[in-house]
Design a protein around this ligand. Structure first.
Ligand code: N01
Length: 546
């Protein structure tokens, strides 16, 4: 840690709303945390939410084609058998609007909205050591004071609009996919330029192309994608989910990433090529993220990974008719699934449409945005609408945009200057009673998020219950436990091929100036859950409680 600054604490706490706990955010994580603290522990608690409704990610990401990559029967809360019985998904992968309906349904069922203050963004949270309370300030000018502060701010909620010169002069309309207008965007008759080829762009491109006059996709880094094969759920499958909800839940607790499929025990490198091809072909037909579970060694052996990468690249070249476009799309420079692997509905097929073109901005980078279009170093592309599918300042971004300060006014920004440092992804040394749900250093984005979220919320709730039972008022990660955990997170990542995608947002590489640190914990949810359970069982080892 360098340049520790001391800042004044909030002292104007006189008019503050006093609470036992404050939750920041009302998405999947915030809603469940609010419920646990209020209804299970009986605390006075409030959630503050910047949006005017619940939903988090699914409130903001309303871009065309927005849909979850996890299958619906594992993308929900599992803490309430009743809720699982009452809700029924309609498709294999739930769409944005349906997930938002679901989260509203859950919030209403448990009467959570009465304790959520909407249209309220937390701007600062300072720890007051003398009072052992968090002093929280909002953009509405209100003050709150709470013993426990829990961030449920999401991992991908700080939109990244790249700083491309000229944007302010653009005469058309532009949108970031993560801040999409609620009444939609009409692309009819429009020339659209979309920047980016991540999961978002891959979902959006086919839908935009179907409506726009012309879609130009600006690709910097070519990306893999596997067909999603989305379908409406049959009555039989819905029945199966209802009858087996508990077993499905149990399975998601036994897998590396909280999905309901296990990774094959077979190694790609030990499988004859004909047999391997057959397995990939079946996985391609089945569709979805399960493709990466085809072989045990896919994410740890470059040789094994090459077999998957080659298979997908051949698929791209067989789908895309124009050889030059196919070559640019399949010129992928990182191991398969080392960046978050997208799944799609007709993404590569979209490039066979007469109204779609691809621009390789690795070869000729975007230079600026003019009044009428996007200019690269070798051409100008006139567009009426620009869609920034350019991702997020992931994981640390949503935390660091708040002015969070711990003991002695030390800013989280300073402590994390060289990358996130915490214990179990749950607590930062010097920031007592602050918990970060699915923060960096936890499995989070490498998992099916609701499973990772429930694990964190349950752990935090149990911890606070324990403290109250023991008459304890403060929990704080020990610096030496943080040191060890940072090493563990780093080593877990390097046991895999994940850090080899050097431009991925897992590493913070998409944000200029952001430290290159592999942020999520890659050791798997099963191992992580065990570690967290052991820590709690052994009296919260690595934490100081007082
Ligand atoms: O963002 P990304 P995303 N000039 O960062 C490009 C989740 N998600 O919104 O790779 C030109 O992956 C950038 O290029 P490069 C999921 O976890 C989930 O697509 O940096 N291009 C890249 O192509 C996902 O991983 C679902 O070279 C620029 C793209 O923009 C995460 O959200 C659906 C650029 C950004 O890709 C983020 O996905 C969608 C520039 N200046 C997303 N700046 C589900 O289904 C950036 N790019 C649940």
């Amino acid at each position: 840690m360098t340049n520790v600054v001391t800042a004044p604490h909030h002292t104007d706490a006189g008019n503050a709303t006093e609470l036992d706990a404050l939750v920041i955010g009302a998405g999947f994580a915030g809603l469940y945390q609010l419920l646990c603290l209020r209804d299970r522990l009986g605390l006075s608690v409030k959630a503050l939410e910047a949006a005017d409704g619940v939903g988090g990610t699914w409130y903001w990401n309303r871009y065309p084609g927005a849909r979850c990559d996890s299958e619906s029967h594992v993308y929900w809360y599992t803490f309430s058998p009743e809720l699982m019985r009452e809700w029924e998904w309609s498709e294999r992968y739930p769409g944005q609007a349906e997930i938002l309906r679901y989260l509203n349904f859950a919030a209403d069922k448990f009467d959570l909205k009465r304790d959520i203050q909407f249209n309220t963004r937390v701007t600062a949270a300072h720890y007051d050591a003398a009072a052992n309370r968090w002093r929280v300030r909002t953009d509405t000018g209100e003050n709150f004071s709470a013993r426990f502060l829990i961030t449920a701010v999401g991992c991908l909620s700080t939109a990244n609009v790249p700083n491309i010169p000229g944007l302010q002069d653009f005469k058309g309309d532009w949108y970031h996919t993560g801040q999409w207008p609620h009444d939609g965007v009409d692309f009819t008759g429009k020339r659209v330029g979309m920047i980016g080829t991540g999961s978002t762009a891959i979902q959006a491109a086919p839908v935009i192309a179907a409506q726009a006059k012309h879609l130009t996709v600006f690709q910097r880094t070519a990306n893999y994608s596997v067909p999603a094969r989305n379908v409406p759920l049959t009555p039989e499958f819905k029945q199966y989910v209802k009858q087996n909800a508990a077993e499905i839940r149990a399975l998601t607790h036994q897998t590396y990433n909280g999905m309901a499929f296990k990774v094959s025990e077979v190694k790609a490198v030990d499988t004859p090529s004909e047999e391997r091809e057959k397995i990939y072909e079946q996985a391609w037909e089945r569709g979805g993220l399960q493709f990466r579970a085809s072989f045990q060694d896919m994410l740890v052996s470059q040789e094994a990974n090459n077999t998957a990468a080659d298979f997908i690249k051949r698929k791209i070249r067989s789908i895309v008719k124009d050889p030059e476009t196919a070559a640019i799309l399949s010129d992928i420079d990182h191991p398969y699934a080392a960046k978050r692997p997208p799944i799609d509905t007709d993404y590569f097929e979209t490039f066979n449409r007469a109204n779609v073109s691809l621009v390789n901005v690795k070869a000729a980078p975007i230079e600026c945005i003019s009044e009428t279009g996007i200019r690269t170093t070798d051409a100008e592309y006139p567009v009426d609408i620009i869609v920034f599918a350019t991702g997020f300042d992931a994981m640390t971004g949503p935390l660091l945009r708040m002015d969070i300060r711990g003991r002695d006014g030390v800013a989280l920004k300073e402590v994390w200057e060289e990358g996130p440092r915490n214990y179990l992804g749950l607590q930062v040394a010097g920031f007592p009673n602050l918990f970060t749900i699915t923060g960096p250093g936890s499995p989070s984005v490498l998992c099916n998020m609701p499973v990772a979220i429930e694990q964190h919320v349950d752990w935090i709730t149990d911890c606070i219950r324990h403290m109250r039972a023991q008459g304890l008022e403060r929990i704080e990660a020990r610096p030496e436990a943080v040191e060890k955990w940072v090493v563990e997170v780093n080593e877990a990542a390097h046991r895999t091929l994940l850090p080899r995608a050097t431009h991925s947002w897992y590493l913070g590489a998409n944000i200029p100036g952001k430290p290159r640190v592999f942020m999520p914990y890659a050791g798997g949810l099963v191992r992580y859950r065990e570690i967290c359970q052991t820590v709690a069982a052994e009296g919260y080892e690595g934490f100081t409680l007082s």
